[in-house]
Design a protein around this ligand. Structure first.
Ligand code: F0G
Length: 500
């Protein structure tokens, strides 16, 4: 008898409740040690704004962002050495062109020599937004860009160009009890209504996959299809903000019946078939620390409608970033990206990645901590209104800011308020605060960085604060409440500090 005969007599590894990770550590970094007293003193110095807190003092996990915080693979570190830093048409540029074409479809990356530019590399996501909305802003006044939930920099870049940003969050996202797996969808009824009335003012529609502002929730293929049909019926181009395209594709495979037997790559190609262009920060699903791009579909509706825009974008790119063949990226960063785009669509990677985030969220839920369910692809979102239920904390007391400060000072974990403060605003005339529809603290999980033990201990830390939520004091803003993008810049203190 050969061994295969006996192997079949035992259960498969797939049935195990815990499986070994699909990778092992290539290099590690030991943390520095800091005490809660030192962290509290530092946080006081930086006015409780966690963005200004030195990362080297973080003894737990840094959940501030999943952007640019990826641990690279050994292949990526090796690829750095293959970087070609030539000023024009470096080696990586050609490999990237092949990769983008292979992954997202034929029309998105013309050769530069064709003189029909449609691919623009930038150093990260927001300069792509700046470029696109600057040239769109020049089309006229009174424009509107609807989305399923614009990210904060996207919205800021839209507004900067005197365009109105409208968020059409799905009803399922707003309904706390909905069990939908695709709460990131766009509300198509609201979209139809808006287009019927204002189609002439809408230069394009934006779908963010996954929907970061809307709780990191994915968008279904069905919604992508419907939105595309509606926008194209009105002759309006559709764009993706595609930062987390692979994670979104994983949810489609998992939860939409026609996609179970398709590969992630096939799903990605189908998704991108429906759009006329996309913006991407490669710092997320590019699995790199820096990089971004803006891609327009050759002969797609956007280019047809605005034939002058590719050249305007290229002028913008040359003026602000560099020659179009490297954009804002170094040759070595481009090389790491070409590997990252291959790794990110591997199912064993995505299965591990998303299940890790989901297990983290589920653990919190089992401890009675109110988190947005179902858990999305890159982060766990703590529902701050529910967290403070039964206490005197009001929305204007910015409980999310108080929570993040205490979590960092006491336990050494950094999370980020994305709620009443970050998405709210202050009206200096009425001195009133305007509150957003969502009030979260986000725990974004960096890719390939933390192990189960790290996340389990983070849950204990959150649980401790939840049990003692009565003792968490309100916050007052000491600087910056009326500034744009205020959460990056503001300073705070605990209200009781003033009384002392
Ligand atoms: N769009 C989305 C959906 C994003 O999540 C981000 C960044 C951007 C655009 C901008 O890209 O940072 O490369 O300029 N999100 C990070 C975050 C910062 O923490 O969610 P960028």
């Amino acid at each position: 008898m050969n061994l295969s005969y006996f192997v079949k007599k035992f259960p498969l590894e797939e049935s195990f409740p815990i499986k070994s990770r699909p990778y092992f550590n290539h290099s590690v970094e030991f943390k520095k040690i800091s005490t809660s007293k030192e962290r509290a003193e530092m946080l006081d110095r930086v006015g409780l704004n966690v963005f200004f807190f030195p990362s080297e003092m973080i003894t737990g996990c840094d959940f501030l962002s999943d952007s640019g915080t990826t641990t690279m693979t050994n292949e990526q570190w090796a690829a750095l050495h293959l970087g070609d830093e030539a000023y024009g048409s470096n080696r990586g540029y050609f490999i990237l062109r092949e990769q983008i074409t292979n992954l997202f479809g034929d029309g998105f990356f013309n050769a530069l020599e064709l003189a029909r530019p449609n691919a623009f590399i930038f150093h990260q996501g927001r300069p792509c937004e700046d470029a696109l909305f600057t040239v769109i802003g020049q089309l006229g006044r009174g424009l509107i860009i609807p989305g399923n939930g614009h990210f904060d920099t996207t919205e800021a870049n839209i507004k900067e160009n005197h365009i109105q940003a409208v968020n059409l969050f799905s009803q399922e996202l707003k309904d706390g009890n909905s069990k939908s797996f695709f709460k990131g969808n766009m509300d198509v009824i609201a979209l139809k209504k808006l287009l019927t009335v204002s189609k002439a003012k809408i230069p394009l529609v934006f779908l963010t996959i996954t929907n970061n502002t809307g709780g990191g929730q994915p968008v279904s293929m069905q919604n992508i299809k419907e939105v595309s049909e509606i926008t194209h019926f009105y002759k309006i181009p559709l764009f993706f903000d595609a930062c987390r395209f692979a994670e979104n594709a994983w949810f489609i495979k998992r939860y939409e019946k026609d996609y179970r037997n398709k590969t992630i790559k096939e799903i990605v190609q189908e998704m991108f078939n429906f759009v006329d262009g996309f913006i991407i920060s490669f710092k997320k699903d590019g699995l790199v620390n820096m990089g971004g791009g803006l891609f327009l579909k050759d002969r797609g509706l956007f280019i047809k409608k605005y034939p002058h825009i590719p050249d305007a974008l290229m002028n913008y790119q040359i003026r602000t970033e560099g020659h179009p063949s490297y954009g804002g990226m170094s040759g070595r960063d481009i090389m790491t990206l070409t590997i990252g785009l291959k790794t990110v669509i591997k199912e064993e990677y995505l299965d591990y990645r998303i299940n890790q985030v989901r297990a983290f969220g589920k653990n919190m839920q089992e401890e009675g901590i109110p988190v947005l369910m179902p858990i999305g692809g890159h982060a766990v979102y703590l529902d701050i209104n529910k967290f403070f239920d039964g206490t005197n904390m009001k929305q204007g007391d910015f409980g999310g800011i108080a929570f993040t400060a205490l979590l960092l000072a006491n336990y050494g974990y950094r999370a980020c308020e994305l709620g009443c403060f970050a998405f709210g605003s202050h009206n200096p005339e009425t001195t009133e605060e305007i509150f957003p529809e969502v009030n979260f603290v986000r725990f974004a999980v960096p890719r390939l960085r933390y192990e189960k033990q790290d996340l389990d201990s983070a849950v204990i830390a959150v649980k401790k604060l939840h049990e003692d939520k009565d003792k968490i004091p309100p916050i007052e803003v000491t600087y910056g409440k009326d500034l744009p993008l205020r959460h990056f810049k503001a300073r705070f203190r605990f209200k009781s500090q003033k009384i002392k």
